[in-house]
Design a binder for this molecule. Structure first.
Ligand code: SF4
Length: 98
């Protein structure tokens, strides 16, 4: 992916707004179930870059900008690697263009 393509995606994502429910993330990693391979795959597939590989090689999730697309949920279905719920009513993503 070129820098120009990356900037375009970021610009598009910037059009969205999020209402974060402090202290209540709607997606969490279950460390005793999630494998490093799964988590690295999440970092690669999440369109909102909610999964991030840290300097020490671990993957963390910051679901504040989640698009609620469900991709990570589908990929991890049946593994128990994630807890995934929609945000409480009134919280989560607000799509500007529908
Ligand atoms: Fe990323 Fe979609 Fe999972 Fe949200 S639901 S964390 S946007 S892959």
């Amino acid at each position: 992916m070129t820098q120009t393509q990356s900037q375009k995606i970021e610009e598009k994502l910037y059009q969205n707004r999020y209402r974060v429910e402090e202290g209540k993330p709607h997606i969490t990693i279950v460390p005793e179930k999630a494998t490093a391979q799964e988590l690295k795959m999440m970092a690669a597939i999440c369109p909102a870059a909610c999964y991030e590989e840290t300097e020490n090689g671990k993957v963390e999730i910051i679901p504040d900008g989640c698009l609620e697309c469900g991709t990570c949920r589908v990929v991890c279905q049946g593994t128990g690697s994630l807890t995934w719920n929609y945000p409480s009513g009134g919280y989560g993503i607000l799509f500007k263009f529908g």
